[in-house]
Design a protein around this ligand. Structure first.
Ligand SMILES: NC(=O)c1ccc[n+]([C@@H]2O[C@H](COP(=O)([O-])OP(=O)(O)OC[C@H]3O[C@@H](n4cnc5c(N)ncnc54)[C@H](O)[C@@H]3O)[C@@H](O)[C@H]2O)c1
Ligand SMILES: O=C(O)[C@H](O)[C@H](O)COP(=O)(O)O
Length: 336
């Protein structure tokens, strides 16, 4: 059994070595040539899994230690009988921590959290933790999620995007990146949405860069329709738009989900899925300490994340985008 894994995924090396030849590689070393004779690969968002990578490979399992799967050509994998597993929700609390820290930083001492209305677009794993924590902190929330609404889930009172544009002081996106289907999210936040904003909101993107249109964000800031931006996910990463970087209040190198707990959960989830795929009697266990349950509610003191320090570092060294991610100190999530 040969398994190739991204060397930046913590806590998997030992367990994988216990079941076969486990080879660590950087995301860019994982190529068609190197995966040809691999049975399984364990990757991050930095390895694009499509025909170019997988053609003529014997790989039948892809585990991505991430929430997002937009770097994987799912139809192609299905057509080749390749099982794909991700880590749903693994780092949702870390992203919620990033959003609430961004909002606190934006408000400073001038307004309190209970003064604002937060628009959450996408109420899945990340959005739902964020909504619960935000409401516990006294923030009013307005939720938009047409696919969830269509399933007539009773969890939220759903609103339209135009309601969000009308009523929100902060707007944050937590959708997958999709280009097809009934509700595509590519450039969901575009010139037309921004032209309808009524309250000069802070706009946050810790989902995927192309969910917001970079030029529309810059125009919105310059025209005064938007009062500030917080960007963790960028179009064209790692070659990000330097004007957007300069103008954003919060600017981080796609590390909103980078908590110690999130990484442990992600590693354990992909190992569980690999165990299932291989029908191992004893599931693989991540070589990591256990993680406390996610708190139902948090208090402001539990946010304790200096998002401006991460912003300062990226603004001073944008060309190090990828290396800042690879060497990021893993944050502690809010915990009781
Ligand atoms: N910045 C980071 O480090 C980081 C970390 C984790 C996840 N993410 C990204 O955050 C996003 C959300 O992750 P998640 O785990 O909550 O995903 P999820 O699949 O659990 O939830 C996404 C929600 O978005 C909704 N949605 C889909 N299309 C929509 C549309 N057009 N308008 C409104 N809502 C729509 C879905 O119905 C779903 O409820 C993903 O893009 C993921 O890749 C980023
Ligand atoms: O999809 C996710 O889970 C996040 O975007 C994740 O934090 C990206 O992590 P990476 O690919 O850098 O490990």
């Amino acid at each position: 059994m040969k398994i190739i894994f991204d060397r930046n995924i913590p806590f998997v090396s030992k367990p994988l070595s216990s079941i076969g030849e486990a080879i660590p590689m950087t995301g860019t070393e994982i190529t068609n040539e190197t995966v040809k004779d691999a049975d399984a690969i364990i990757i991050r968002t930095r390895t694009r899994c499509d025909a170019t990578l997988l053609k003529d490979s014997k790989c039948r399992f892809i585990g991505t230690a991430t929430i997002g799967t937009d770097h994987i050509d799912l139809p192609y994998c299905a057509s080749r009988g390749i099982t794909v597993a991700n880590a749903p929700g693994c780092n949702a609390p870390a992203v919620a921590q990033w959003v609430l820290s961004a909002i606190s930083t934006y408000l400073g001492d001038t307004r309190s959290l209970s003064d604002i209305t937060l628009g959450v677009i996408g109420a899945g794993n990340v959005g739902s933790v964020l909504i619960r924590w935000a409401e516990g902190l006294g923030i009013k929330t307005i939720v938009n999620d047409p696919p969830l609404q269509r399933q007539s889930s009773g969890s939220y009172r759903f609103s339209s995007l135009s309601d969000i544009a009308d009523k929100c002081d902060v707007i944050t996106v937590h959708t997958p990146l999709t280009r097809t289907g009934d509700h595509p999210t590519y450039h969901l936040i575009d010139n037309s949405f921004i032209s309808n904003l009524k309250r000069r909101p802070l706009i946050l993107n810790a989902a995927r860069g192309p969910v917001t249109d970079t030029l529309a964000l810059i125009n919105g800031l310059e025209s005064g329709k938007i009062s500030a931006l917080g960007i963790d996910c960028w179009e064209g990463e790692p070659n990000i738009n330097l004007q957007l970087l300069e103008q954003a209040l919060i600017a981080t190198p796609h590390i909103a989900g980078y908590s110690r707990q999130g990484k442990i959960r992600a590693s354990q989830m992909v190992l569980d899925e690999l165990s299932h795929h291989l029908r191992l009697d004893i599931p693989l266990s991540a070589d990591a300490p256990s993680v406390a349950p996610v708190p139902h509610r948090i208090i402001p003191d539990m946010l304790n994340y200096d998002i401006l320090e991460d912003t300062r570092i990226l603004k001073s060294s944008p060309s190090l985008f990828e290396s800042l991610r690879n060497n990021y100190h893993l944050r502690e999530e809010p915990s009781l």
